[in-house]
Design a protein around this ligand. Structure first.
Ligand code: PLP
Length: 358
């Protein structure tokens, strides 16, 4: 069977060279005589993998030593709870409600502290990033944002200036896809299964001066400070997931890093949005100025035609294009691992589909 173009929102495509390298090393890693999956997480060979993985991420994102980098289990959703539990001081936090995951993050935080939803685009089905100007609370413990809204296909084009209030970002669906200045954030977190590696892993980047405020209720495994003291190994970490993330980081370094990838991503997104804008059949529900470069949503306006598109595309080897039920239509997730050729194939298919219906 041929390798298909997988537009899944997550778990999503992994770079083919990474899969091939993992395959080569699957049974026997280096001269260790065993698979990475069989290694002790406390042994030298594995610690070398862990440390190299962290080094690569630090290099890719230019993460200063004043930040800890953690590789935890529980994905992004676990961090919805860990964020309030680690940053609790006044017991108040601001959330910008820009999509489904932003909404879930706020709902989870509200179990532990007083959440102010300072801006929301929920009433317009999250077609844009809501305006936060003049609405932020200076006494909040942190301000939480979701830099890219995976389901609705929108992204922040500018970051809120939260002053002395720490900016906390769920970057699950656009981490490593564009250049961010890490020092603008108190905390960055992401589930791995979009732009980092396979599922089962969450990455947390946290400024160390934020340590020391964890709630007494904060479970040990969610306590960032304790995890940082233990190289994310209070208990057995997702050893293979971390190894795979390291391979993906190495692959990205080889391509020139995040800056080079950002250029490719801009080109990929432009190809697809140009096709949508030139089309008389497809439109994108996301407002133009907030269009995501990672998740491109589009609809025909007719549910049957949408269904036919998804089915026929799948037959042509372009799979997982069905949109989330809350938006309908189609969504093409074009993370770092999606090659330009995959997007070109989708654009060609869209043109052909439209021509056949004229
Ligand atoms: C996918 C996603 C999540 C959920 O990630 P899990 O790792 O499954 O918990 C959260 N936030 C955003 C922005 C996402 O794209």
């Amino acid at each position: 069977m041929n390798h298909v173009c997988n537009f899944s929102p997550g778990p999503s495509m992994l770079p083919l060279p990474v899969l091939e390298q993992a395959q080569k090393e699957l049974v026997c890693y280096g001269d260790s005589g065993m698979s990475v999956m069989e290694m002790s997480h406390r042994g030298k060979p594995y610690l070398a993998i862990y440390e190299e993985t962290e080094r690569r991420l630090r290099d890719l994102m230019e993460i200063p030593d004043s930040y800890a980098v953690l590789f935890l289990q529980g994905g992004a959703t676990e961090q919805f709870s860990a964020v309030p539990l680690n940053l609790m001081q006044s017991g108040k936090a601001d959330y910008i409600d820009s999509g489904n995951f932003a909404h879930l993050a706020a709902a989870e935080a509200a179990r532990y502290l007083a959440v102010s939803t300072v801006a929301s685009s929920r009433d317009d089905n999250y077609t844009y990033i809501p305006d936060w100007q003049g609405k932020l609370n200076a006494d909040a413990d942190y301000l939480h944002i979701t830099t890219n809204n995976t389901i609705y296909g929108t992204r922040y084009t500018a970051l809120p200036d939260s002053g002395s209030v720490s900016l906390v970002a769920d970057m699950s669906s656009n981490i490593l896809s564009e250049v961010y200045d890490v020092t603008k954030f108190g905390v960055i977190y992401a589930g791995a299964q979009k732009n980092i590696g396979p599922a089962g892993l969450g990455v947390v980047i946290v400024r160390k001066d934020l340590f020391g405020h964890a709630s007494k209720l904060c479970p040990k495994l969610m306590n960032w400070e304790k995890q940082a003291e233990n190289q994310s190994m209070i208990n057995t970490p997702n050893t293979y997931g971390i190894y795979m993330a390291g391979l993906c980081f190495g692959w990205l370094q080889g391509l020139g890093g995040v800056k080079a990838m950002e250029k490719v991503n801009i080109d990929k997104a432009r190809l697809l949005y140009d096709c949508i804008d030139d089309s008389k059949l497809f439109t994108s529900p996301a407002k133009k100025e907030y269009r995501s470069r990672m998740n491109v949503t589009f609809v025909t306006g007719d549910a049957e035609t949408d269904d036919a598109f998804v089915k026929e595309a799948s037959k042509a080897g372009l799979v997982n294009l069905k949109g989330h039920r809350s938006v309908g239509g189609m969504r093409a997730s074009i993370y770092n691992a999606m090659p330009v050729e995959g997007v070109e194939a989708l654009v060609a298919f869209m043109k052909q589909f439209e021509a056949a219906r004229r």
